[in-house]
Design a protein around this ligand. Structure first.
Ligand SMILES: Nc1ncnc2c1ncn2[C@@H]1O[C@H](COP(=O)(O)OP(=O)(O)O)[C@@H](O)[C@H]1O
Ligand SMILES: [Mg+2]
Length: 291
């Protein structure tokens, strides 16, 4: 098959790992940098150019769309969908999962447990904060990644002043219950084709509550409980992601979903667990093409 990775970083670990896995299985692999693509509609049909050359022989793509490139990246994926190219994550699923509020709405509607969360566009901040029983809250920018845009407001006064600051700067955010009992740990499960293929536990570095590896957190492999596995698979299914990273917090009431990432980094999880996730992604594409 001709398989393209949509990525701005040809030399990034994840891209290289996917290129290798595809080559090992005798696929023709290439990297398409979205910033070098141009999309057009000609005589009613979608056309894709890469560095001014027509691309019309792709069978499948693996989008690795960065948060700063969501609009164009998802547009490119939608274009490929219209060209009948198989994609492991659709444009719609990228957009839905990238917006933390939209994904919480969809997940909770489907019965997937998520922390108590309020959209930051609130009429009466004091009333909303009172509903969190004056406990610490998390304030989260809707499109943040890598732990940037996640704030722990430990007191009522800091929550109030931070919310006012976010509101006056026009930033979209949510107010969320702080799951203190997770003690700076979260679980990252990788779901490929409806199966959990790897999982790790991430621990924040001391002095931080955010366990993102980009924030200096550490990680170890872990076996998920049946309940954790079930909600990870359900989350991927609800957001229609063929490949995703699902972040789970272990709360007192049971596991809750924190976010679902349509472009999970592969370096941390492959090195931590020893699982060749790229190979799982390639074999998932092969299975889909045989359907
Ligand atoms: N409600 C919460 N309670 C406790 N810890 C949280 C909560 N929300 C986020 N965190 C911590 O912050 C990290 C980053 O939050 P997350 O929502 O995944 O944003 P990002 O997209 O930036 O990774 C999580 O991995 C977790 O360690
Ligand atoms: Mg996260």
């Amino acid at each position: 098959m001709n398989i393209a990775i949509l990525s701005r970083g040809e030399y990034l670990y994840s891209t290289q790992s996917l290129l290798r896995a595809g080559a090992v299985r005798n696929h023709v692999m290439e990297v398409l940098d979205p910033t070098k693509c141009s999309l057009s509609i000609e005589e009613g049909a979608p056309r894709l150019y890469f560095c001014n050359e027509v691309i019309d022989d792709l069978h499948a793509v693996i989008p690795r769309i960065g948060a700063s490139n969501t609009f164009f990246g998802s547009s490119l994926v939608r274009h490929l969908e219209a060209m009948n190219v198989f994609t492991v994550v659709t444009a719609e699923s990228i957009l839905q999962s990238r917006n933390k509020w939209t994904s919480f709405q969809l997940l909770s509607k489907a019965g997937v447990p998520v922390p108590k969360t309020v959209l930051g566009n609130v009429f009466d901040i004091e009333e909303v904060l009172a509903s969190f029983q004056k406990r610490p809250v998390i304030l989260k920018v809707l499109q943040g990644t890598h732990g940037q845009g996640v704030i722990l407001a430990e007191t009522y006064a800091s929550a109030l002043s931070t919310i006012e600051t976010l509101q006056s700067s026009g930033v979209r955010f949510v107010i969320q219950e702080y799951i203190a009992e997770s003690k700076g740990c979260d679980l990252r499960a990788i779901v490929v084709g409806g199966r959990v293929v790897a999982a790790m536990k991430r621990q924040s570095k001391s002095g931080d509550f955010r366990s993102n590896l980009h924030r200096g957190g550490s990680s170890e492999p872990i076996r998920l409980s049946e309940a954790e596995k079930r909600i990870a698979i359900k989350a991927a299914q609800v957001l229609r992601l063929g490949v995703c990273g699902v972040d789970i917090l272990q709360a007192n009431q049971g596991p809750v979903i924190l976010e679902v990432n349509s472009t999970p980094g592969l370096e941390g999880i492959e090195k931590t667990t020893g699982v060749n996730i790229s190979e799982k992604i390639i074999t998932y594409i092969e299975r889909q093409s045989q359907r």
